[in-house]
Design a protein around this ligand. Structure first.
Ligand SMILES: CC(C)(COP(=O)(O)OP(=O)(O)OC[C@H]1O[C@@H](n2cnc3c(N)ncnc32)[C@H](O)[C@@H]1OP(=O)(O)O)[C@@H](O)C(=O)NCCC(=O)NCCS
Length: 173
């Protein structure tokens, strides 16, 4: 049974482990590299966790199986009165051994539920163009493709196109 819950203070090492596992397993799916993230200090991981328990403007969800973090999803609200209606989803990942059982969807749905409760109106994210698993997940949750940036990432000397997706939670002004 895989549990999905908000990260708790003191879980910096757990977050580091799952984020590095994601970057090692699926380096092409994310904009940060393993080496960049591996260099982050323990204090930085602790600060990230402290800001991401869902009580403020950020949330990180963990998927846990027998105490081991096997997946994660992050969501961060924009700052400032005129931008607070927006949030960005990031870092959605599930250990390959745990995929295809609805856990990825649970992670994203819980992040969206948190955003809706906080009054967020529109949720954005960027995905690598034509990436089928993530498009299946987000498309079925109601995200639509807004634009493609052909120069979204630069990987090993080659540009990688990124699609910007948006889910409007509440269009009312
Ligand atoms: C994307 C990811 C999180 C999905 O996790 P998951 O737990 O396997 O997904 P779920 O089981 O919840 O499936 C969600 C939906 O996506 C579809 N899906 C999942 N994997 C798929 C695949 N490989 N190909 C096509 N569709 C797929 C499922 O059919 C499901 O839709 P349905 O319930 O309507 O049938 C996982 O594949 C992953 O970590 N990929 C690598 C990292 C990544 O691409 N992250 C997103 C970057 S923002």
């Amino acid at each position: 049974m895989i549990e999905v819950r908000a990260i708790r203070p003191g879980e910096g090492a757990l977050l580091r482990e799952v984020r590095l596992a994601a970057l090692a397993a699926n380096p092409g799916a994310f904009l940060e590299t393993y080496d960049e993230v591996a260099a982050d200090s323990d204090d930085l991981w602790a600060a990230r966790v402290g800001a991401s328990t869902g009580e403020g403007d950020q949330l990180i969800l963990l998927a846990l199986e027998d105490g081991r973090a096997v997946g994660m999803a992050g969501i961060a609200r924009d700052i400032g009165q005129r931008r607070r209606h927006r949030a960005t989803l990031w870092g959605v990942w599930l250990d390959p051994a745990c995929r295809g059982r609805g856990v990825g969807r649970r992670l994203v749905q819980e992040a969206l539920d948190w955003a809706a409760r906080a009054g967020v109106r529109a949720v954005y994210l960027e995905v690598v163009e034509n990436e089928d698993p993530s498009w299946s997940l987000y498309g079925r949750l109601g995200f639509v493709r807004r634009e493609v940036d052909p120069f979204g990432a630069h990987v090993d000397g080659t540009f990688v196109a990124l699609e910007r997706l948006v889910l409007v939670l509440d269009e009312a002004a």
